[in-house]
Design a protein around this ligand. Sequence first.
Ligand SMILES: NC(=O)c1ccc[n+]([C@@H]2O[C@H](COP(=O)([O-])OP(=O)(O)OC[C@H]3O[C@@H](n4cnc5c(N)ncnc54)[C@H](OP(=O)(O)O)[C@@H]3O)[C@@H](O)[C@H]2O)c1
Length: 135
Amino acid sequence: EGVAREAGISNASIEQIDIARGILGDKLVAVQNQYSPIHLDTQDTLDYCAKVGLAFVCWSPLGGYRHPYDETKFDPFREVAAAHGVSYQQVVLAWELAKGDHMFVIPGAHRPETILDSLKADQLELTPEELAKLG
Ligand SMILES: NC(=O)c1ccc[n+]([C@@H]2O[C@H](COP(=O)([O-])OP(=O)(O)OC[C@H]3O[C@@H](n4cnc5c(N)ncnc54)[C@H](OP(=O)(O)O)[C@@H]3O)[C@@H](O)[C@H]2O)c1
């Protein structure tokens, strides 16, 4: 009806992304899926978004704050963080942003400190060796 100029979808598989592309054409601009070191099974949609020119928005990019998860998955990020003197959360966000120009992250936060810390992630340059170690 011309109300929305562009649209994004969330929690979509490759098949569902293609259905949305069929309906919206180039008005579909973004896919928001869960992605983090503890939730990597959306890698296929991350790669597909790069291939077809869609933004990929990682939700719960730090693993989420409501659900318990395996903390050891963050150990390699803690090691890299120690070398840079930054929080491991900054390293996680920088690693996600390094997955491609189509990547966006939306870390949640309830405190000014965590918001301000996460904002620094786009200044953090990880070396090719560090990115290879993080996977
Ligand atoms: N599309 C969907 O279906 C869907 C589903 C779930 C969530 N989301 C979206 O995803 C976004 C984030 O999700 P989320 O909040 O569940 O998970 P998250 O971003 O993975 O984790 C948030 C937690 O990380 C902490 N944190 C953030 N930055 C930090 C930093 N620099 N240093 C230390 N701790 C840090 C926060 O701490 P403090 O609380 O202490 O600040 C909070 O406890 C939200 O905007 C949400 O709306 C979308």
